[in-house]
Design a protein. Structure first.
Length: 122
């Protein structure tokens, strides 16, 4: 009987210690992000990262580009966070940023008024 009680106690303590790790685990979901290019820039790369990190993945466009007036949807992007940080790079090497909700679907409309980071101290 003592062995059973000890076993139950050990299992309860182990479960209690594992709970923070289980609840903090990120769950992967599928996201659709539509990018509407209402600017005069040609977007040549789209990169994704967690909002609070600079852990950029590969170019989401592959060989494609998003020209002025064009729309591109990134379908079924697998994501494990609550938000997604997007960076779009144009042909001049300038970057535009957007934060997506990271769930379901989202739209990002790029315009000429969006601030771009071109690597200088502008």
């Amino acid at each position: 009987m003592k062995k059973i009680r000890l076993l139950i106690l050990v299992l309860a303590v182990t479960g209690a210690l594992a709970l923070p790790f289980i609840t903090s685990a990120r769950h992967s979901s599928s996201v659709n992000i539509t990018i509407v290019n209402n600017s005069n820039r040609e977007l040549v790369h789209i990169y994704l990262s967690h909002v609070d990190q600079d852990d950029w993945g590969g170019n989401q466009l592959g060989e494609a580009t998003i020209g002025p007036g064009q729309t591109q949807t990134l379908s079924g992007v697998s994501w494990d966070g609550t938000q997604i940080k997007l960076n779009a790079e144009d042909r001049d090497g300038c970057f535009l940023s957007h934060v997506s909700s990271g769930s379901g679907s989202d739209n990002w409309t790029v315009t000429n008024n969006d601030p771009a980071d071109c690597g200088g101290n502008e």
